[in-house]
Ligand binder design. Sequence first.
Ligand code: ZN
Length: 258
Amino acid sequence: MNLIDTHAHLDEEAFQSDVPEVIQRYLDAGIKTVFTVGTTAESSLRAIELAKKYDSVRAIVGIQPNYVSECSATDWNTIEELSRLPEVVAVGETGLDRYWDYAPFDLQQEYFTKHLELSKTLSLPFIVHCRDAEADVIQQLSEFAKGEKLNGVMHSFCGDQKSAEACLKMGMHLSFSGMVTYKKNEELREVAKFVPMDRLLVETDSPYLTPSPARKKIKRNEPAYVVQTAECLAELKGIPIEEFAELTNQNVSNLFHI
Ligand SMILES: [Zn+2]
């Protein structure tokens, strides 16, 4: 098998002591590539360092909506510079978050637009973080798209079918994390079932959101466990995991040009 984890945070504290082991474990589990996602200028710099050091790691750079208050003009310049490096496959994660109250909403919107514009300038896809803000995200995306097709990913998608439809209509890809494996999330599984196979991606969002059944044994998620989420999605789609891996890898190469 040959899977790609399209969203992890390998630069985070939780991985600080054992990145080489974490990487070896996912390679052994059949994961060939992991996208590590920056959340601040510093974190994006660390993502680039990891991508330079390890062949299987690629970087995504940006300011996560909960960190935009701390972002200086210099930090944003850093993101603009980093996004031009060959290790970078996308811009983000950007978007809107109404769950946490770490940054004023209008500032989040401003940075969301900045990321969208940067991704357009560089012809790179963008990664959207959306928490309790589906309607706002969809509105801002559609205003930006002006009817044109968007090259972006709704990461760790957890919206309803109506939001999924709206995102798909704009050309977005939907990426599912371990949340789709949780027993209580029957509705989310129905949404995943409905997403066309050529718009589906899989991710861990590690160190967060450990999928079931690994969740019973361990607290910290890591890219190796993307297999469990892929198994759940393959079952929902009624296809073998190998075929699921092949099809989602095709989506990754279409979207990220790797
Ligand atoms: Zn993330």
